[in-house]
Design a protein around this ligand. Sequence first.
Ligand SMILES: [Fe+2]
Length: 280
Amino acid sequence: MVIPSSISGCLDDAEVMCTHDARELEAITNPAVQAVIYIPPALPAWVPELASAVQRSAFRIPRTVLPKASRNGIDDWLEQNLPKAIVTTGVRASLKADILQNVDRLHALSHASQFMLRIFTDEPTTECGFHVDTVPPGAPAYGFLRVYNGAGTEYVDPANVTSIADFHRYLSRRERLVRESKVARNDGRKADYDRLQREIGLLDGERAFLIQRDEIKIAPAGSIVAFKHIDIRYLWEDHSKALAWIHCSPMTGESRLVVNITIPEPAAHIAPRARGGIPH
Ligand SMILES: [Fe+2]
């Protein structure tokens, strides 16, 4: 496949920015910025109340994808589906407004009018190791992630990655092992399943795509991460490190509320920066 020069160039000086200023989330449109992690100086009071309800599995949302929805569509869905009478109406309203604020941020950056929302509460699993997220062909290649509680999201500094080719070797082998492991479990082949799980653990422990294998960074729960997603056409290409944030959800611990917002199609008018700035 021929990769456009804009993505095959030498943007290996990719940067992950950490900030206490939400306005800096808009830097995600900078080609050299792989991710912007906004860590609020203090979490608003509604977040711990929500976190407690998620942690004790009282506030539950099944894994849901709205593949293409307007802001109003997302607003309606949240109104109808966010659990009621589990947290106070104020906490529920704050969560809804918070999710919509990230939709607005994405709109301000891209001028997109349709969004993909992924939302769920669930306990961590070992299914996904380090990976990158994708967007459909031609869609703006960034999105927003907020995990409201639990363990943080692990990620690696781009300068610590040996090469994208090495990362792809890890990723493809891990995906194969997970597939085989599921088949072994469904077939009731316990010994094979256990062996495959051990192999997955070894692979994750080796982290052969890293220069410093123990140098793992954390985006803490409560932070908002704007991060580069890879256009799915280029997922397995030897692209620049700037094009995708290599990250890993926790594999153990309490149930978490996870919300991810992306754009499902090429936006009509892509603005490199928000015209009027993004809400903060
Ligand atoms: Fe991800």
